[in-house]
Design a protein around this ligand. Structure first.
Ligand code: SF4
Length: 390
């Protein structure tokens, strides 16, 4: 049974660092939302055959799903339920931006089955939020957290970002401490990345800048890589003390509140991604939908496939194995040895004997119970080690 992701490609306004595909509603016509819904319904009707027994979890992401108004949110959830039965008590997540949430929306989505909410707080400091063009204030985030709890959400994730312009260790610590004071069940910590083509990239990649950071001209300095690493390491320790388990490089949860939907991706489960830009992978066939909303809609209306130019890709066994290793070794638990053998017909220690031998003497990989995992003391160089499995 696959999991289901539904993409809502709209935001009130683009954040300065964001390279994800989404339409700013400040610049786009409102009727683009109607076009989106028409396309979405055609795609759901076509794809329901891929989940004949229903779906094991739901994740509505974006973009900013909560930028939709109450009627549109109701329409979205009704459409999902019409085409994709969701197993009883399954995790059903919606992402949202504090600047687009109202109590009315919160109550509605809770009443329609959403039982986990992921709130893009990023920082509890207004000045820092302003440096990256977030549309909301810290006060709106506090209000949203209160509203979500009042409405009965017992599974709440808060996203926080480190490495923001002008952020120092003390400001980062203050945001983490405030987040902890709300006892969220889950926290995701992300380092700011300068993505090409974004306003932030333009701001900090001018030729005059030092180490990619422009100095002076009232442009706040970006924390460098070492400072970012210190912020991350401090938070890892602090969250551990606070009773959270770091079950994935960027994700921390109280026991029992790990995100089941994302765990499914990382463990190699099938998934369906509906909507513009949605990515699916079923039985080793992967495809991605075209991102542009009008083109997505036009193709579907003409009963054509909404896939992007790369079309469908049949993954080789070797590619699937590599993906399982790379995603699985980012998890604290590691890769399940028996599941790997069941899915690929071989013991991963035989398949990757050469890699293991290269690292053997350094104790980089460990086997604990049924799991093969990366020794946590090497997680800071995980990316380069994981490349060995490509
Ligand atoms: S709210 Fe999220 S998806 Fe939208 S622009 Fe900002 S970071 Fe990107």
């Amino acid at each position: 049974m696959p999991s289901l992701y539904v993409h809502v490609p709209f935001c009130r306004q683009k954040c300065d660092y964001c390279a994800f595909y989404s339409h700013s509603l400040v610049e786009s016509p409102r009727d683009l939302i109607s076009v989106y819904f028409e396309g979405l319904e055609v795609e759901m009707a076509k794809r329901q055959k891929d989940a004949p027994q229903g779906v094991s979890s739901l994740f509505i992401g974006g973009g900013t799903p909560t930028v939709l108004n109450v009627n549109d949110l109701e329409r979205l959830l009704a459409m999902i339920h019409r085409y994709f039965p969701i197993v009883l008590e399954a995790e059903q997540t919606m992402e949202g931006n504090p600047g687009t949430l109202t109590y009315e929306k919160i109550k509605l989505i809770r009443s329609l089955g959403i039982n986990r909410f992921s709130l893009g707080v990023q920082s509890f400091n207004d000045q820092l939020l302003g440096t990256v063009g977030r549309i909301h204030t810290a006060g709106q985030a506090r209000e949203a957290i209160g509203g979500l709890r009042n409405a009965g959400f017992k599974n709440l994730n808060l996203d926080l970002m480190f490495g923001l312009p002008a952020q120092d260790m003390a400001l980062w610590q203050a945001s983490v401490e405030e987040a902890l004071s709300y006892s969220p069940e889950h926290l995701s910590l992300y380092g700011l990345m300068l993505e090409e083509g974004t306003p932030l990239y333009e701001r900090y990649s001018a030729p005059s800048s030092a180490r990619g950071f422009k100095l002076g001209n009232n442009i706040p300095r970006l924390p460098d890589e070492d400072q970012q690493a210190m912020m991350y390491e401090w938070a890892v320790k602090r969250l551990r003390q606070g009773g959270y388990r770091q079950y994935e490089t960027s994700n921390f949860a109280r026991p029992g509140f790990e995100c089941q939907h994302n765990l499914g991706y990382w463990r190699g489960k099938d998934y369906l991604g509906i909507g513009p830009g949605g990515v699916s992978c079923l039985n080793r066939v992967r495809w991605k939908n075209i991102e542009e909303v009008s083109t997505y809609h036009n193709l579907l209306r003409k009963e054509q496939s909404p896939l992007d130019e790369s079309g469908q890709e049949v993954l080789s066994l070797r590619e699937c194995m590599a993906e399982r290793m790379i995603l699985g070794l980012r998890l604290e638990e590691g890769v399940h040895l028996k599941a790997f053998e069941h899915d690929f017909g071989a013991d991963l220690r035989d398949i990757y004997r050469d890699v293991l031998e290269r690292y053997n003497h350094q104790d980089v990989f460990v086997v604990k119970g049924d799991y093969f995992r990366l020794n946590p003391k090497y997680s800071f160089i995980a990316n380069s080690i994981l490349q060995e499995f490509v």
